[in-house]
Design a protein around this ligand. Structure first.
Ligand code: ACO
Length: 428
């Protein structure tokens, strides 16, 4: 008999059960046979936040948090960030393999030729208040796209799904840039198909009156790297939202709006904004020790430090730190970087952080770069949502073709009132 099993003794009944172990996990439904009476629904697990529960099998992204490893489809993030464009990585995520030249050219062509939004979308965005949060506009506009492409409801048709993948990856930068232009009261800048994915995004964000916008190649490349680093991160809160909503066979636009709404939360996609606020509040290097004391006393958190999964240096933070230096050569040095570097140095030598395995995460340096690029803080989460769209859609695809998957429907432990009779109003 294989030793890939787990034997559990239920001390309530003295009965022993042997459950198969596959991929270092047991099936939660195997626990149902463990019961004290025939009409008992059986044992289940209690796991708020899914801290130790796998909800799917996935072949997309691998993370080893203890060792600080992140891989897309088996390729180390460092190698991808060093050599690829974002669209090459989007192809890899979605198709499972790196593209050959012709495959990449076709893929880029498809994305490039879906960047324009229906003119009605412009009017839709114009309906928001002048100071509407760009993520609020982003979430709503992505959801609204489902009404423009009703065929997207045919979620079991692979060709139709593929078309929506191209549409969404192509249109999210346009939506993001339009929300920014709406906030600053500038006319929308239309996509330029001669430019790269990130070059065109810079064009839609920053073009003024010039006939042809020429993106700075350093900024264009830096954005490619940042987009690659944010393209996927396995089963985080927003990806789980994408899968859960998609499991009801909801169209990809509505599902992606739900994922983006999850990302909007300050505990998820909003942390880089919090880092910037923290660095500003510290203000100068000489005030760092005082701030670190407050962190250690439990008064405040060191934002951009610590991660649920990484108990080592987040590999993305290391790459972003290097990218920051390249961007500053063009934009001039963001003074906040000196405070950030010194803060990191002090924290990494301090027992409090060493003992708790607290290292910089992806958000520690990304906000500083975005600010140097001229982006307002409100746009930071949009900058996360744009590249993550490729990851979300890849998980959506994987979920839809996985025969194991069902509509998401967790159990609860009901601890409320036992059955009782209704009390009429005059007797309460
Ligand atoms: N500053 C100070 N102490 C911290 C920090 C921090 N940033 N993060 C964790 N700790 C401490 C906790 O106080 C706790 O100490 P204790 O054992 O003495 O009580 C210990 O480290 C473990 O912390 P948990 O909260 O249990 O860790 P968890 O894995 O639940 O939290 C999280 C991870 C939410 C990311 C946390 O580290 C944090 O709040 N960091 C700051 C916010 C941040 O940067 N978020 C971005 C995450 S990356 C992303 O979402 C894209």
């Amino acid at each position: 008999m294989s030793n890939q099993t787990l034997t559990i003794t239920d001390n309530r009944t003295g009965k022993a059960y042997t459950l198969p172990i596959e991929h270092d996990s047991i099936r939660a439904t195997d626990l149902r046979q463990i019961k004290v009476a025939d009409d008992d629904p059986g044992l289940c697990t209690y796991d708020p936040g899914f801290v130790n529960t796998a909800a799917c099998k996935s072949s997309i992204t691998y993370i080893d948090g203890d060792k600080g490893i992140l891989e897309y489809r088996g390729y180390p993030i460092e190698q991808l960030a060093e050599t690829c464009t974002f669209l090459e990585v989007a192809y890899l995520l979605h198709n499972g393999e790196l593209p050959a030249r012709q495959q990449l050219d076709d893929f880029v062509h498809q994305v490039t030729h879906h960047t324009i939004l229906h003119e009605n979308v412009k009017q839709f965005i114009a309906g928001f208040r002048y100071d509407a949060h760009p993520m609020g506009m982003f979430v709503s506009t992505v959801a609204a796209l489902s009404t423009f492409y009703p065929e997207a409801k045919n979620i079991h048709d692979a060709a139709i799904r593929r078309k929506q993948f191209f549409r969404l990856v192509a249109k999210v930068p346009t939506i993001g840039a339009f929300t920014y232009r709406h906030n600053i009261g500038m006319p929308y800048a239309y996509p330029d198909n001669d430019l790269s994915y990130t070059g065109n995004f810079l064009n839609m964000m920053f073009r003024k009156t010039e006939g042809k916008y020429k993106p700075n190649p350093v900024m264009e490349r830096a954005l490619d790297i940042l987009f690659i680093l944010h393209a996927d991160h396995e089963q985080n809160c927003s990806t789980t939202a994408m899968r859960s909503v998609g499991s009801a066979n909801t169209d990809p636009y509505s599902s992606l709006a739900a994922a983006a709404a999850a990302l909007y939360g300050p505990l998820h996609g909003g942390a880089n904004e919090a880092v910037l606020k923290m660095l500003r509040s510290i203000g100068s290097k000489d005030r760092i020790p005082e701030y670190v004391q407050r962190v250690k006393a439990g008064d405040v958190r060191l934002m951009g430090f610590g991660h649920r999964v990484y108990k080592n240096y987040d590999p993305r933070a290391r790459i972003i730190k290097r990218t920051a230096d390249q961007v500053f050569e063009v934009t001039g040095r963001n003074p906040l970087i000196d405070i950030a570097v010194e803060l990191e140095r002090i924290a990494l030598e301090d027992d409090y952080f060493i003992k708790r395995k607290l290292y910089p995460n992806v958000d520690f340096y990304s906000g500083i770069i975005y600010e140097a690029m001229g982006l307002p803080m409100d746009m930071f989460t949009v900058m996360f949502a744009i590249p993550r769209t490729a990851g979300w859609l890849t998980h959506y695809e994987e979920m839809l073709v996985d025969a194991d998957q069902k509509i998401a429907r967790p159990k609860q432990l009901y601890l409320g009132a036992a059955r009782r009779n209704f009390v009429p109003m005059d007797r309460r």
